[in-house]
Design a binder for this molecule. Sequence first.
Ligand code: FES
Length: 92
Amino acid sequence: MARDAGKIYALSTVCTHLGCTPNWLESDNKFKCPCHGSGFYKTGINFEGPAPRPLERFKITLDDDGEIVVDKTRKFQQEKGEWRDPESYITV
Ligand code: FES
């Protein structure tokens, strides 16, 4: 789960290179993949290493009690313009 510019979104932690699990590095303010060194900003955008595209985001909604619900069966890809879909984030 990450927050940026008034939005909360749920990032997939599957590297878009070969599928390893990037770790959040608080001191560097980025996700770093341990396999081949791809780096991703908090938004999920790739900026270093071999990853060809950003991390994916999952569907995120609030239930009737105001609890955050993440639906991992529904993915949104930045390069397809899907991050503009209102189901890919919660506004805060
Ligand atoms: S699997 Fe993440 S950089 Fe290769």
